[in-house]
Design a protein around this ligand. Structure first.
Ligand code: ZN
Length: 435
């Protein structure tokens, strides 16, 4: 066991070179005082010269009074920077990580690696996600319960990555043409109410934190949005999830699956282009979260050749993005609640927060955009008293950015200099040359 710890420390030490500095979980008594020039706490206050006191993995206090710093506390001076809560990405696929292995398309890599290899490789995407300031993710679909394994390894401190809330297998109908050339998933296939109930219960039994259901076609370079599950099946999944106090996220590329998902009481709706006004109004009424995932199609356009999409993908994806953005604009104007989800997959990890730029294009102020990745996302997770804000009792998840993210959202996206997760510094670029 001791040898293992030393080995782990060596591995973590090596990862410092890339600007990532992971350290082991702090002991319960470790106290840190982090100074920020400005602090946006997501509780409605913009602090000047804030001091955040973190004890163990939680925030004990936020103050401007230096005499409140406990004797012996480790003082971290980030007064050149603006502090933010650790960000939350509510739509990732952490275990669908690939790299740019020469000669092997990313689509092909997904079927050529055994699950254990996939989980091991995924630590790289996990580090890049942290480096972007994302300390928590809601992971929406994995095969072989790799997501559950990864969540647990991270929670045990054996793997460095964002805190994960996972769903196991997403639910599909039979014959959903979800990824040409890939094997169908071994789990999550369900037709009819009885099988849907069984599939939901299987995920919960396996240890899933929430349920994911694919209520339409559409993924990768396939931008069709034909409804798959019918209303009765969707309603059965929603009710079964809620009975176990689990939330449910429903995927629909098009308006029909979206309409039935909202009517059935889904907690969040993913993608959902071309939604009609009545569905949008229903979301406002019910408080359904919208996770439009606009930016992942930008990533697909830039990387489609390496992923291995068939020719013609660029045109299809390029025509989808403006419709996605327009739907987001309409929904935001109508008062729908948003949460930031990147749909990060393949090599997209580290670009998780680029979605915030699209939200500003859709009409949000930078502060409203930041809420989608903090307080709103935490509410969608049901963790609004522990995540998404800098306040006493919350997890010690902090991000330092260089500049004013409330004036320019790009500061939050591209100028992350330092990240703390659960009281441990997990990324530090403050001493990089030329910063
Ligand atoms: Zn997804």
């Amino acid at each position: 066991m001791k040898a293992m710890k030393i080995l782990l420390a060596a591995v973590l030490g090596a990862s410092c070179a890339g600007g990532i500095c992971a350290q082991e979980k702090p002991s319960v008594k470790t106290v840190k005082a982090v100074r920020f020039g400005k602090l946006w706490d997501a509780k409605g206050k913009l602090w000047t010269n804030a001091i955040v006191i973190v004890e163990g993995d939680r925030i004990r206090n936020v103050t401007t009074d230096a005499s409140a710093i406990p004797v012996g506390a480790d003082v971290l001076d980030l007064s050149k920077y603006t502090g933010l809560p650790g960000l939350i990405d509510v739509h990732t696929h952490m275990t669908i990580y690939t790299d740019e292995t020469p000669g092997e398309s990313m689509l092909k890599q997904l079927t050529s690696n055994p699950p254990a290899v996939e989980v091991f490789l995924a630590r790289k995407g996990a580090l890049r996600t942290l480096e972007a300031g994302v300390t928590t993710v809601r992971d929406l679909g994995a095969d072989q319960y790799m997501d559950i394994a990864m969540r647990d390894l991270i929670n045990r401190g054996e793997m460095i990555g964002p805190r994960m809330f996972v769903c196991g297998y997403g639910l599909y109908i039979t014959n959903t043409p979800y990824k040409p050339g890939l094997n169908p998933p071994a789990g999550g296939i369900a037709d009819g109410v009885a099988e849907v109930l069984k599939a939901v219960r299987q995920q919960i039994a396996a240890g899933a934190d929430l349920i994911k259901m694919y209520a339409s076609t559409g993924t990768d370079d396939d931008v069709t949005g034909f409804q798959t599950f019918n209303y009765e099946e969707i309603k059965a999944a929603v009710d079964a999830a809620h009975k176990f106090e689990k939330k449910i996220a429903i995927h629909s590329y098009g308006p029909d699956g979206a309409r039935d998902a909202v009517r059935a009481g889904t907690d969040s709706l993913e993608h959902a282009t071309d939604m009609d006004d009545a569905t949008i109004q229903e979301m406002v009424k019910r408080g359904t979260f919208y996770v439009p995932t606009i930016d992942h199609n930008r990533y697909y356009i830039e990387n489609g050749d390496k992923i291995g999409y068939a020719p013609g993908y660029k045109e299809k994806l390029q025509s989808f993005i403006p419709r996605n953005l327009e739907t987001a604009r309409k929904a935001f104007k109508a008062g729908v609640k948003f949460a930031m989800g990147s749909d990060a997959i393949y090599t997209m990890f580290g670009q998780n927060t680029r979605e915030l730029g699209w939200f500003v294009k859709a009409g949000m102020t930078p502060e409203q955009a930041l809420r989608t990745a903090t307080t709103n996302a935490a509410e969608l997770l049901g963790k609004e008293k522990e995540l998404g804000a800098v306040a006493p009792g919350y997890f010690g998840d902090l991000v330092a950015v260089e500049g004013d993210p409330l004036a320019d959202i790009d500061v939050a996206i591209y100028k992350v200099k330092w990240v703390m997760k659960g009281g441990a510094v997990v990324a530090d670029k403050t001493k990089d040359r030329g910063h």
